[in-house]
Design a protein around this ligand. Structure first.
Ligand SMILES: *[C@@H]1O[C@H](CO)[C@@H](O)[C@H](O)[C@H]1NC(C)=O
Length: 463
């Protein structure tokens, strides 16, 4: 039923945007107008404006569903803390931007990538300025800069090390591959870093970055047009919230379907991580104050973290120059953003409010051919779509899919090395859950999507 409704929408889309379709090849080329550092570019297509209406995503501000009312009631500390962040301690939550944490542009051999929060952390030495980090460095840095709880940062770092990093040195790159001088034992050859981890870690429909395929594989360069869509949603009162960004994610997923013939949302990187990244912006970049312990995110803070200058609508992207704002206070450690209640709590709230934002599947045959994958089919009957309204079940799905992905990647000694990094981190993040046992995922359907095997690689970059 759901599928049918979606494909009807998709066909309407094709009729509404005929001009885009004929010019796709030209549009895929990097935009020559923008002067970005080598290895960073934004294509014409990615910068082509495409408006998606509220009604298309199932939203009517004057007649919200109960789940939409609940979504809008979330504060900037997230679903994890329904009554809010409990305290404000200026001294503990102040994030220094001076001394050893003074801002510096990345040097030519320092790597930056698709995630503004990580780039900003490295520009202020909360992560190594090189852009290459170990698991403990990630955990410490994400806590100090953002109040991210170690279960979440430890899991994300372990995942990045195993799937896109270097098992030998147990490090990962926040951008592209490390300079060739460092030893690399990535499971699939040279570690590609998260810039080139398409469908493994990085996924389409980002808040600021282009879909990989429509931008020549570059999913780390920021599209000003795309940033503007997100900026506009908070302009009415200069406040950005989880609910506003949930709708923006939903709209961006429609843009992916209509612009990107290779759009494909695998469970981990795109169904879950892509929307979670929007929630990171609100949960982790909001400024906390005594008057507003839950924090608020305004346009100025949003731009600073994203390396964007200028005044709407005349923005300019400053590649690699993401900053932590001066005089800014992170979320309290007592309410550190965690995996199950935080990440999956916010995702569950969003999927309930905007069911069409649950994208697991992709374009099967060119733009506007989105076809979803059935969860019951995928889990061999262990879970159904309705089960995913509970954060714990969503977390279980992610947990077990990551566990089962490892042996597909690694064999022998490498498998041992990978599980040694990943298992303790998974246990910390998800060990407390009583998960329905998914014996084997059914991956048969995935091959029907051209975007499934799209896996660009590229150079180290400073953006
Ligand atoms: C954060 O909030 C404090 C207290 O209200 C304020 O003084 C400071 O300027 C704010 N920081 C930013 C970056 O807006």
């Amino acid at each position: 039923m759901k599928l049918l409704a979606l494909s009807t929408l998709a066909i309407q889309g094709a009729v509404a945007f005929p001009s885009l379709m004929g010019k796709v090849d030209e549009a895929f080329q990097p935009d020559k107008r923008a002067a970005y550092p080598a290895g960073c570019s934004v294509s014409k297509l990615c910068n082509t404006r495409m408006d998606i209406s509220d009604s298309e995503i199932g939203y009517n501000a004057k007649a919200k569903t109960p789940a939409q009312v609940a979504s809008a009631a979330r504060n900037n500390c997230g679903a994890q803390n329904p009554t809010g962040c409990t305290s404000f301690n200026a001294k503990a939550q102040y994030v220094s931007t001076s001394g050893e944490h003074a801002y510096a542009d990345p040097a030519p051999d320092e790597i930056r990538g698709p995630c503004p929060g990580l780039n900003a952390a490295a520009n202020h030495a909360y992560l190594p300025r090189s852009g290459i980090a170990s698991l403990p460095q990630t955990v410490d840095g994400m806590n100090a800069a953002f109040g991210m709880f170690p279960d979440l940062s430890g899991f994300l770092a372990a995942y990045a090390i195993v799937f896109n990093g270097d098992l030998l040195t147990q490090t990962w790159s926040i951008g592209g591959p490390p300079p060739s001088t460092t030893i690399g034992s990535g499971l699939l050859g040279k570690p590609q870093g998260i810039s080139w981890s398409h469908n493994k870690y990085e996924g389409d429909s980002s808040i600021g970055r282009c879909d990989a395929y429509i931008n020549g594989g570059d999913a780390h360069s920021l599209s000003v047009e795309r940033f503007k869509y997100a900026y506009v949603v908070g302009m009415d009162n200069d406040r950005y919230t989880l609910d506003k960004f949930a709708r923006e994610f939903t709209k961006n997923s429609f843009r992916s379907i209509r612009q990107n013939p290779n759009y494909f949302a695998p469970l981990f990187s795109t169904t879950l991580v892509s929307p979670a990244a929007y929630n990171f912006v609100v949960n982790l970049m909001s400024n906390r104050t005594a008057a507003e312990p839950n924090g608020y995110l305004d346009g100025e803070i949003f731009k600073t973290f994203f390396g964007v200058s200028g005044t709407y609508p005349n923005f300019k992207w400053l590649p690699g120059k993401e900053r932590i704002p001066e005089n800014w206070y992170r979320r309290p450690s007592e309410n550190g953003y965690n995996a199950v209640g935080g990440v999956f709590g916010d995702l569950a709230a969003q999927f309930l409010a905007y069911p069409v934002s649950f994208r697991f599947g992709g374009n099967a045959n060119g733009v506007d051919t989105y076809t979803g994958i059935d969860i019951a089919d995928f889990t061999n009957g262990a879970m159904h779509l309705d089960d995913l309204s509970k954060p714990e079940n969503l977390a279980c799905l992610a947990y077990q899919s990551v566990q089962q992905a490892v042996p597909d990647f690694a064999t022998g000694g490498l498998l041992q090395a990978a599980t040694k990094v990943l298992n303790p981190a998974l246990a910390k993040a998800f060990g407390g859950l009583a998960c329905p046992r998914i014996t084997k995922f059914n991956n048969n359907n995935l091959n029907g999507y051209p975007g499934h095997s799209y896996s660009p690689t590229g150079p180290a970059t400073t953006c």
